[in-house]
Design a protein around this ligand. Structure first.
Ligand code: ADP
Ligand code: MG
Length: 445
C-alpha cells in the first residue's frame, strides 16, 4: 500500500522540476538521469557521470527530500549508479531524443552592445577598477594577469567585463576573445562529457587569447568542475594569455581550493564599490538622457538618496519613470517620482531586510531573546546565535560593514570575526547549517 505512494516518485520530482529550472539545466542535469528502481526506502538512479550526481545533490536536495524517501540523517535516500559507457549508448536515443546531440559547444556568448567603457560612469568607488579594466583592454596579457574584479550585485562588474571584450575585439582583431559565465562553462563541460567531446572543449578554451569569466562564485562547491576550470586557467596563464574574472566576493572569501584562490590573487584584485551620491546622480542623469528624458537635479538627488546600493535599480527607476511620463504625459516632479517608484524606494517596507528582522528570526530559531542577542552576554548559547545574526546580516543586508557594526553596537572586526567563525562552523556542523538555513528562509518569507 505504502509502496503506491512512492511509485513514480522520481517521475513526480521530474514533473515538478520541469517548470522550475531553465531548459538548459533540465536538459543537462535532469533529463539524462534514469530510474533503475524505486521503493519506499530507496531510489536507485543511473547517472551519466559523477558531475550530474554532484549537481543533483547540491542543488535540489530539499526538492528531492520532498518527493523521494529520506534517510534518518536527512539525506535523500538515493543510490547512484554511474552508467557504463556501453550501456549509456544503448539508452541514449530514448532519453535524449528530444535534444539534438550537437557536438558543437554552445559557448558563444554575445557581448552586450551597451556595455562599453564610454557608457560607464566613473566615480571614486569605481575609478580604480575601471582604470585596471582599461589597462587590461589596452594591453592584454601585458598589464595585470589575471584581473579579478569583485563587488556587490548590480554595480557594473559584467559591464566592465564586456567593455574589455569590446575594446580588445575592436583594437586587436587577431586576438580570440571569449566571454563566458561560470554557469555556461559548467554547462559546456557537462555537454561535452555527454557528447564525449571534452578534448575538443579543452582545446577550444585553451586556444583563446583573452578569456573573460563572469561570476566565478558559482564555481563554489563544484569540486569536479573547479579542477577542470583550474587546469584551463593555468594552461592559459602559462601561455601568457589574458584572463579576467568577476565575482561577488574577493578571492580569499570564495569557498574554492587554495590553489585556485592563490592563482586568482596572482594578478590584480580590484573592488567595484557602491557609487557615492554624486556618481549616482550622474548615472541617473546619463541614463535618463539616453531615454530622451530630462531629470531636474532635485529629482535626480531625490532618487539617488533613496536608491543607494545598486546601479541596476537606478536604471530600473529611470525606466519606470519614463514609462510613467509617457503614459500620463506629466512633468517629473518629486511627488510623481515618489508615487511611481514607491515600491522601489528604500523606505518601502518589503524592499529591505533590517537587522531587526534578522535578530527576530534568529531568536525564533535558536530560542533566545532578541534582547539577549543585542546584549553582550558571552555564554555559548547566546554568543553563537548572535554570531549567526551578524553573519546573516552581512550576507543579506546590502549595507557597509561600518553601518552593520553600528546596528549591532559592535566593532567591524567583531562582525568579520563572527562571519569567519560561522562560515567555518557551518562547513562542519550540519545541524548549525540547517538552523542557519531556517533563519534565512524565515527572513525572506
Ligand atoms: P553586476 O555584474 O556587478 O551585477 P552589471 O554590470 O550587470 O552589474 O550592472 C547592472 C546595470 O547597471 C547594467 O545595466 C550596467 O550597465 C549598469 N551600470 C553599473 N555600473 C554603472 C556605471 N558606473 N555607469 C553606468 N552604468 C552602470
Ligand atoms: Mg553580473
Amino acid at each position: 500500500m505504502v509502496a503506491c505512494e512512492i511509485a513514480g516518485c522520481w517521475g513526480q520530482f521530474i514533473e515538478y522540476m520541469k517548470g522550475r529550472c531553465s531548459d538548459t539545466a533540465f536538459r543537462n542535469w535532469l533529463d539524462p538521469i534514469v530510474v533503475i528502481d524505486e521503493d519506499i526506502e530507496l531510489v536507485t538512479l543511473e547517472v551519466p557521470n559523477i558531475f550530474v550526481q554532484d549537481y543533483l545533490l547540491s542543488n535540489y536536495k530539499s526538492e528531492l527530500c520532498s518527493f523521494l524517501p529520506v534517510r534518518s540523517s536527512g539525506e535523500p535516500a538515493i543510490e547512484f549508479v554511474i552508467a557504463a559507457p556501453k550501456k549509456r549508448e544503448a539508452v541514449a536515443p530514448t532519453i535524449s531524443s528530444s535534444s539534438p546531440v550537437s557536438v558543437e559547444p554552445k559557448y558563444v556568448m554575445k557581448l552586450n552592445d551597451f556595455y562599453i567603457f564610454d557608457n560607464f560612469i566613473e566615480g571614486p568607488a569605481n575609478q580604480f577598477v575601471k582604470s585596471a579594466a582599461l589597462g587590461v583592454a589596452n594591453n592584454p596579457s601585458k598589464s595585470y594577469n589575471p584581473l579579478f574584479m569583485h563587488g556587490g550585485v548590480g554595480l557594473g562588474k559584467t559591464h566592465l567585463l564586456h567593455a574589455i571584450g569590446h575594446h580588445v575585439q575592436k583594437n586587436y582583431k587577431h586576438l580570440r576573445v571569449q566571454c563566458i559565465t561560470t554557469e555556461a562553462f559548467i554547462n559546456d563541460l557537462v555537454d561535452s562529457l555527454r557528447n564525449k567531446s571534452v578534448d575538443k572543449m579543452k582545446r577550444f578554451y585553451r586556444s583563446l587569447d583573452v578569456l573573460l569569466v563572469d561570476d566565478i562564485q558559482f564555481l563554489q562547491n563544484r569540486l569536479n568542475f573547479e579542477e577542470e576550470f583550474c587546469n584551463t586557467f593555468e594552461s592559459l596563464i602559462n601561455q601568457n594569455k589574458q584572463i579576467v574574472i568577476t565575482s561577488d566576493k574577493p578571492p580569499s572569501q570564495l569557498k574554492l581550493s587554495e590553489r585556485l584562490v592563490a592563482r586568482m590573487e596572482w594578478g590584480l584584485v580590484a573592488h567595484v564599490g557602491i557609487p557615492d551620491l554624486e556618481t549616482r546622480v550622474a548615472i541617473l542623469q546619463y541614463k535618463a538622457e539616453q531615454k530622451g528624458m530630462k531629470l531636474s537635479s532635485n529629482v535626480a538627488f531625490f532618487i539617488a538618496e533613496h536608491i543607494f546600493s545598486n546601479v541596476r535599480q537606478l536604471e530600473g527607476a529611470v525606466n519606470k519613470l519614463s514609462a510613467h511620463c509617457r503614459l500620463l504625459n506629466q512633468d517629473i516632479t518629486e511627488e510623481l517620482v515618489e508615487m511611481a517608484l514607491s515600491q522601489m524606494l528604500c523606505h518601502a517596507p518589503q524592499e529591505k531586510i533590517s537587522v531587526e528582522q534578522v535578530l527576530k528570526s534568529v531568536s525564533a530559531v535558536f530560542q533566545v531573546r532578541v534582547n539577549d542577542l543585542k546584549g553582550s552576554t558571552r555564554t555559548k548559547d547566546i554568543a553563537l546565535p548572535r554570531q549567526v545574526a551578524m553573519y546573516l546580516a552581512r550576507e543579506m543586508i546590502n549595507e557597509s560593514l561600518m553601518m552593520l557594526a553600528a546596528s549591532f553596537g559592535k566593532t567591524h572586526s567583531t562582525i568579520l570575526h563572527a562571519c569567519k567563525n560561522i562560515e567555518s562552523k557551518v562547513e562542519k556542523d550540519n545541524m548549525l547549517k540547517r538552523q542557519v538555513e531556517m533563519v534565512r528562509r524565515n527572513i525572506s518569507t
